[in-house]
Design a protein around this ligand. Structure first.
Ligand code: SF4
Ligand code: SF4
Length: 381
């Protein structure tokens, strides 16, 4: 490990101040799932008392959500040492089989899930936007491979708003899955550089998945991978459409909370734009642990090796929403959307931002837009 990373490991005071905010630790109730336990394990590896392979499974029980980093009293970064240790495992060839399979899929099939063919209806929706324009809607691997209905809704919403945009038939991976699985390996950087070339052919990129937005706006910068295009998150783009009066909002509002994806709120500091959108369509309140303090609600990638824990993580978040009397959780993360849906609580609606908006805007009267698209005017009844 680099000296800097060793310093992070050794700086953990094992004080337990981050213990209560780990979504995985809270779901499993196991001490091994906290940042503290991981630091202790790696500290023993650094001193030669344990082999890396003895702590490797525990390293992959971390979501890298950064809640502990934010809370850490020493100001050090558990996510940094977890990702560095994963990279060491990859370089030493001691990755667990269940992770190696996903990494190989990322390299050979461009997505960790090994999906080769997209959903037919999604392919049709994408084909309708094959023509090159100035704006790219970047869907990301989770939406394309695992939640095609969400990808189609995102496309449909921009169509209804009269936005002229492109969606790529063969979208390169952003590198976010590789970054999570093995950190900043050469292969990860290679995917990122390749993706940057594609993005830079556009003036603006609207990024649907917060996991991609985070790497575009943060990791690419840290790795010196230049993006000459504008990069906007999907909620910020939608907030702009509201400002322009293209989206109108709704008078019929359900009681909802917003599930902040940590990539947007904690990593990119984006908390206002999604709230502006949600509050235009929902009677909105805050649940426990929101904004930069958000509690992660699970994801699709970790579901590959920890499906039951992902359900428990999501169920705990649903309880937080019930605690403030919400009837719905609205999320801007396609991965958390799928995770919350899989928890299948009959008393809680799980809505993507686009589902929330489409339900209201489709009641409006369509009128022709100036660019030949369609905009929606008039308030819903
Ligand atoms: S990064 Fe998140 S999942 Fe990992 S130890 Fe910290 S709080 Fe837990
Ligand atoms: S708050 Fe920081 S120092 Fe304390 S146990 Fe957690 S990671 Fe270690």
């Amino acid at each position: 490990m680099t000296k800097n990373v060793e310093k992070h490991v050794d700086s953990c005071r094992f004080c337990w101040m981050c213990r209560h905010i780990c979504p995985i630790g809270n779901a499993t109730g196991q001490e091994r799932n906290t940042a503290r336990a991981r630091a202790l394990g790696l500290s023993l590896v650094n001193r030669g008392a344990l082999g890396l392979e003895e702590v490797i499974d525990n390293l992959y029980e971390c979501a890298c959500c950064g809640a502990c980093t934010k809370e850490c009293v020493t100001g050090w970064d558990p996510v940094l040492f977890v990702k560095q240790a994963r990279l060491e495992c990859a370089l030493d060839g001691v990755l667990p089989d269940y992770i190696e399979k996903l990494v190989n899929n990322c390299i050979e099939r461009q997505n960790a899930y090994g999906v080769l063919e997209l959903d037919e209806a999604l392919k049709d929706a994408i084909a309708a936007h094959a023509q090159k324009t100035g704006t790219l809607l970047f869907l990301g691997v989770d939406a394309r491979c695992r939640v095609p209905n969400a990808a189609r809704d995102a496309i449909r919403l921009l169509e209804k708003a009269g936005v002229v945009f492109t969606v790529l038939d063969e979208e390169p991976p952003s590198g976010q899955q590789m970054d999570y699985l093995i950190g900043r390996a050469e292969e990860t950087k290679g995917q990122m550089e390749n993706c940057a070339k594609t993005l830079n052919a556009f003036e603006n990129v609207v990024v649907y998945d917060p996991q991609d937005a985070k790497v575009f706006k943060r990791e690419y910068k840290e790795l010196g991978i230049a993006l000459s295009c504008g990069v906007e998150t999907f909620p910020t783009f939608l907030a702009g459409l509201l400002d322009q009066g293209v989206l109108k909002g709704s008078n019929e509002k359900i009681a909802a909370v917003y599930q902040d994806p940590f990539e947007l709120s904690r990593d990119l500091g984006e908390t206002d734009a999604p709230r502006k959108v949600v509050s235009a369509y929902a009677r909105y309140s805050e649940m426990l642990m929101h904004g930069k303090d958000t509690m992660w609600a699970g994801n699709l990638l970790m579901r590959e090796w920890m499906p039951d824990v992902m359900k428990d993580v999501a169920r705990m978040r649903i309880q937080n929403a019930k605690g403030v009397g919400a009837a719905a959780i609205v999320t801007a993360s396609v991965s958390e959307y799928a995770s919350l849906k899989a928890a299948a609580d009959p008393d809680m609606q799980i809505l993507s931002l686009e589902e929330l908006i489409l339900a209201a805007e489709e009641k409006n009267t369509p009128v022709s837009g100036t660019d030949g698209g369609t905009v929606y005017a008039g308030q819903p009844e």
